[in-house]
Design a protein. Structure first.
Length: 303
């Protein structure tokens, strides 16, 4: 029982990854009331389930004759795997791709008691019932056929993973840049307020937290200042005019990076689908910026 060759283990990893994708996509699609291609990657694979399936076989093997110990081993092993994976992904990408913060007895949103208990039950069912026919199927497939099929999937999944990894890093960089841009835009607004206030005027509409709102406020401020300079050129010294022009040029550069061309091409499509496929993703550090991106992606999909 559970004695496999390396290529068979790899095949099982892919099989469980595919099964996990089917389960998660169906579950989330029902919750969202729309089809959702769930997961970190765009292909029909969820590697976390693949790792979980292999882990369940490994931890249950020493205790196979004792259902209670298999259950406990599944709870501990799967919970550790889920926690380590979640912490690592959040450290790399600044985004949490699943979140249990709303669940009782959760730990930092990465794991929760409900999930732990579920993993234990799944380990028992998986190792004592589900895996038996799968093992017969794997052993029945000619080794050379299994090897070729597994290598083809490895190539496809490897490419998918590399693109997904790059996309996640791109999303992280966008979130970081949005926060920096918002800080710069707030500083610009304060400086404009100071310049205009010195002329007994005030164009600021309040402190905003969204890029769109900050942009609209700054656009309005620059427009009003230009109008006043045109009406009364002598009322603004040359240094003030130059500083306003410099601030406006800096503002346009910021916005050019935040508002690229409409989503097109493969990588842009991939980024959009990644966000759509993880509707529950959250970011503690970049919460507002991530919500803004998710809203824009949702609006693009509706068009």
């Amino acid at each position: 029982m559970f004695e496999y060759l390396p290529i068979q283990w790899l095949f099982l990893f892919y099989f469980y990854s595919f099964f996990g994708w089917c389960f998660e996509s169906a579950y989330v699609s029902i919750l969202e009331k729309k089809l959702v291609n769930r997961g970190f990657m765009r292909g029909p694979f969820l590697p976390l389930y693949g790792c979980g399936g292999v882990m369940m076989l490994v931890v249950s093997k020493p205790f196979y004759s004792n259902i209670l110990l298999v259950y406990v081993a599944g709870c501990v092993g799967a919970t550790l795997l889920e926690y380590i994976t979640g912490v690592t992904m959040e450290a790399l990408f600044k985004v949490r791709y699943w979140d249990y913060s709303h669940k009782p007895f959760n730990f930092k949103g990465h794991i929760c008691l409900e999930s732990t208990l579920f993993w234990g039950v799944l380990t028992v069912v998986f190792s004592h019932f589900f895996q038996i026919p799968i093992e017969h199927m794997v052993r029945a497939i000619p080794y050379h056929v299994l090897s070729i099929a597994t290598l083809i999937v490895t190539f496809l999944l490897g490419g998918d993973f590399m693109i997904a990894f790059k996309t996640a890093l791109d999303l992280r960089d966008v979130l970081i840049y949005m926060e920096k841009a918002k800080d710069e835009m707030r500083k610009m607004q304060k400086r404009l307020d100071a310049l205009v206030t010195s002329k007994s005027e005030n164009v600021r509409g309040g402190i905003e937290t969204r890029v769109d709102a900050l942009s609209a406020t700054l656009d309005s401020s620059f427009k009003k200042i230009r109008e006043k300079i045109n009406v009364n050129p002598s009322g603004y010294v040359s240094d003030v005019k130059d500083e306003i022009a410099e601030l406006y040029a800096k503002y346009r550069i910021l916005m050019s990076k935040l508002t690229p061309e409409p989503i097109k091409g493969f990588f842009e499509w991939y980024r959009e689908k990644t966000i759509q496929g993880n509707p529950s993703m959250v970011s503690e550090k970049f919460k507002l910026s991530l919500e803004e991106i998710k809203e824009k992606v949702s609006n693009i999909r509706k068009k």
